[in-house]
Design a binder for this molecule. Structure first.
Ligand code: PBG
Length: 345
């Protein structure tokens, strides 16, 4: 009798050479293709885009070659292109004209993101999922992800509970504009529950929440902060984003809570140096869609090295995104979304 238990336990083939030849599945390209399990496809990709005020604006983001701060008219063209390429969706980040302590422009129905969503929905319609990032760091003059209060030591810090109501207001602005999905990224406790309740009450119970559940206080966000003009003006985000050195199980707790609070999709961010977290969450939460966020620093590093001719951009990107898929991510947010679709041909 074949001992499958032994096979599963030590991961050894049941026979040895020459009966077993693992290269048999590798000799021919057609066989390799047949047995592949981690295959990238356009509809699983989400393209992050930055929108700002003005007309005919395409401000290059220096640390992220090929990415721009776009005015709504330009953004719509970008969205049309993404839809034509069959990309799953776009996620929008807004850069407001003015900032204040509370990020009040984000809570107005005239916010830059609301304008963008309305315009894209009118032109691109249902061909593309339009997701909005819900956070305050782009809209506050201090660059933090919520309302500032004082902590127990009397130091300035983000006031968790005071921020929740504002997050709901921002999310409702996006829902009313026609957003297909809301992606809260502020790492506030109770944020998903507040949003779910607020959205349900306002009649948006069918709009899903894609929560940045496991978001680390990472050095890989640097280029994004240039792009979104959202660098904190004092302190850091370490009192709300996760500590990279914390027990990996903290991410499990974050995800479990967000799911209880009503999250539909879970984001792990950044992607590449947190693939252990993607794998763990995939194994612990059966059936939960996981999105890996291939963040700005991951993008810029590859671009820089490729620009010097040191690595092959296309090969490195496809290999990296495949690794995210293999770790258990079924969705990938990436600045390379359009290139990937072209590369996949
Ligand atoms: C915060 C937010 C950040 C990113 C997405 N949403 C930056 C931050 O936490 O400072 C980073 C994405 C990237 O680096 O590509 N709302």
């Amino acid at each position: 009798m074949v001992n499958y238990g032994e096979y599963a336990d030590n991961n050894l083939p049941m026979t040895t050479f020459p009966t077993t030849r693992l290269r048999r599945l590798r000799y021919e390209p057609n066989i390799r293709r047949l047995v592949r399990e981690n295959v990238l496809s356009p509809e699983k990709l989400i393209l992050p885009l930055f929108v700002r005020h003005g007309n005919n604006v395409r401000n290059p983001i220096h640390s992220m070659p090929g990415n721009f701060q776009l005015s709504v008219d330009q953004l719509v063209r970008e969205a049309e292109e993404a839809a034509a390429l069959g990309i799953g969706g776009i996620i929008l980040f807004g850069i407001p004209e003015t900032k204040d302590a509370d990020g009040s422009t984000a809570m107005s129905d005239d916010s830059i993101v609301a304008q963008a969503v309305r315009c894209i929905k009118q032109t691109v319609g249902t061909k593309l999922l339009v997701i909005t990032d819900v956070c305050f760091c782009e809209y506050t003059d201090h660059g933090h992800c919520g309302v500032i209060g004082r902590n127990r030591e009397g130091m300035f810090d983000v006031d968790n509970d005071a921020t929740l109501g504002n997050l709901v207001k921002q999310a409702l602005v996006h829902c009313r504009a026609g957003a297909d999905m809301i992606a809260p990224s502020g790492m506030m406790d109770g944020m998903v529950q507040a949003l779910r309740t607020g959205m349900d009450t306002a009649g948006f119970s069918t709009v899903p929440i894609m929560s940045y559940a496991a978001k680390y206080a990472s050095s890989f966000y640097g280029p994004f902060r240039e792009a979104a003009e959202s660098t904190p003006q004092f302190g850091s985000r370490r009192s709300y984003q996760m500590d990279p050195a914390a027990a990996a199980g903290q991410a499990v707790r974050e995800v479990a809570l967000d799911l209880k609070e009503g999250a539909d999709i879970i984001i792990v961010k950044p992607a590449l140096v947190y693939l252990d977290i993607v794998r763990m969450i995939h194994d612990r939460f059966e059936g939960v869609p996981i999105a890996a966020y291939n963040v700005s620093g991951e993008f810029s590093m590859v671009k820089a090295a490729a620009g010097k001719g040191w690595i092959d951009e296309k090969a490195v990107v496809l290999e990296s995104l495949t690794a995210m898929t293999r770790a258990g991510a079924s969705i990938i947010l990436t600045y390379w979304a359009k290139d990937v679709v072209r590369w996949l041909g």
